[in-house]
Write a protein that binds this ligand. Structure first.
Ligand SMILES: O=C(O)CCC(=O)C(=O)O
Ligand SMILES: [Fe+2]
Length: 215
């Protein structure tokens, strides 16, 4: 049915996301943040974990701040030509209603005990030293979609420090938030902390969309 096709726009429409079945919007005046449990199946999550574990490398950060322990996790660029990855990529774009051309490749993140990603924003600071390098072609990050692939035995929550919201990892649970307030205006209330895993291992995927097509 033509009217069930998702939009494929340069930016997401929060009102459209809010109309999804089973969607929760976190009450906040300062940040548009949605949660959808069971966005991915346990089988899809297991397939992604297998790929992340096979191809992981130490995570890096833009705008290095001198803290060698700021982001201690491992990262993996998932292969967009892998049929599972491609299917999940299409599902993420359909959820957001964003043109898939605006998406960075999906990344996997893996945290073992004691690893974390300290409080940060996903957008690049327009006055930061790495802005040109990361944003000249595709512009800044607009929306973040993140899916927990498993539940560590303890720790590993995501804390949105400015709005006072902590989200617990749960297999298949999606988070989606808007990093911007409007064109060229970035939202400092999107700052979040991937907290230390205390027991077990935590895996997530992150999908970032850009102001212009990725290239
Ligand atoms: O692992 C988390 O809970 C947060 C991950 C994150 O913020 C990121 O990869 O940008
Ligand atoms: Fe982040």
């Amino acid at each position: 049915m033509a009217d069930s096709l998702p939009p494929a726009a340069p930016d997401a429409d929060p009102a459209w996301i809010a109309s999804h079945p089973r969607i929760q919007r976190v009450p906040s005046r300062d940040l548009v943040l949605f949660i959808q449990r069971h966005f991915l199946s346990a089988k899809e999550c297991a397939g992604l974990i297998e790929r992340i574990d096979a191809h992981r490398r130490p995570s890096t950060i833009a705008d290095a701040n001198g803290d060698g322990y700021f982001r201690t996790s491992e990262t993996c660029d998932l292969d967009a030509s892998d049929p599972l990855v491609a299917r999940i990529d299409a599902k993420l774009a359909a959820f957001a209603g964003i043109d898939p051309a605006h998406g960075e490749p999906i990344q996997g993140q893996r945290y073992s005990v004691g690893q974390e990603f300290k409080a940060h924003t996903d957008y690049f600071e327009p006055k930061g030293p790495d802005f040109e390098r990361f944003c000249a072609v595709s512009g800044n990050r607009t929306w973040t979609l993140m899916v927990y692939l498993n539940e560590p035995a303890a720790g590993g929550a995501t804390r949105f420090v400015k709005i006072g919201k902590t989200v617990q990892p749960e297999t298949g649970k999606l988070l989606a938030w808007n990093n911007r307030l409007g064109p060229g205006a970035y939202n400092p209330a999107s700052i979040h902390h991937g907290m230390k895993v205390r027991s077990g291992v935590k895996h997530v995927i992150t999908k970032w969309y850009r102001e212009r097509p990725w290239g």
